[in-house]
Write a protein of this length. Structure first.
Lengths: 111, 114
């Protein structure tokens, strides 16, 4: 599975958009980009995933560059409850995919 | 649906003791897995199962046993607890049907080995 690089921490003001970057320059053609988050002491929570097109759901948007070497998770209106560690994971699709978690980005949303 | 449940929430063991961490899901998911998370670290995969009777090792399987006799349950056994196994343990499940992208995690079991 491709390795990912994320900033260790980021800050965001409440109500503003949070843009979390992820670099995955060695991603292969059949690998998906997943985002999970972990609010303090809780189990990780799925946010969104994509292959090559931009994706949006009720939680967030995922922008993947055309060469697929990087992506950005966007939380359009961050709230204090979005303070969490965000994990960008790249893995192949299909029934046998495994999630390999790095250290992620600690996003702190400030009032 | 209760989702993924784990018991106990907290556990303290002495070195050498054995115990079983319980995990159950009510979503009829074929795939279940166990992770451990040490302070300041990401999650590491211990064991996983793609169905009843089928298990396989993950990244850090030593010191742990698993079995899968039913679709719903996936217990993790510590044979002889060691202080290095002090960690938070998360169980997760997902379907293998369709695209099966969303993995659901339990609330975790916080284990301390003295």
């Amino acid at each position: 599975d491709a390795k990912t690089t994320q900033p260790t921490s980021m800050d965001c003001a409440e109500g503003r958009a949070a843009n979390l970057p992820c670099n995955h320059s060695t991603i292969s053609g059949n690998e998906y980009v997943y985002w999970y988050r972990q609010i303090h002491s809780q189990g990780p929570q799925y946010i969104i995933h994509g292959l090559k097109n931009n994706e949006t759901n009720e939680m967030a948007s995922l922008i993947i560059t055309e060469d697929r070497k990087s992506s950005t998770l966007i939380l359009p209106h961050a709230t204090l409850r979005d303070t969490a560690v965000y994990y960008c994971i790249v893995t192949s699709g299909g029934s046998n995919y495994k999630l390999t978690f790095g250290k992620g980005t600690l996003l702190t949303v400030n009032p | 649906n209760a989702g993924v449940t784990q018991t106990p929430k907290f556990q303290v063991l002495k070195t050498g003791q054995s115990m079983t961490l319980q995990c159950a899901q009510d979503m009829n998911h074929e795939y279940m897995s166990w992770y451990r998370q040490d302070p300041g670290m990401g999650l590491r995969l211990i064991h996983y199962s793609v169905g009843a009777g089928i298990t396989d090792q993950g990244e850090v399987p030593n010191g742990y046993n698993v079995s899968r006799s039913t679709t719903e349950d996936f217990p993790l056994r510590l044979l002889s607890a060691a202080p290095s196994q002090t960690s938070v343990y998360f169980c997760a499940s997902r379907t293998l049907a369709g695209l099966g992208y969303t993995q659901y995690f339990g609330p975790g079991t916080r284990l301390t080995v003295l």
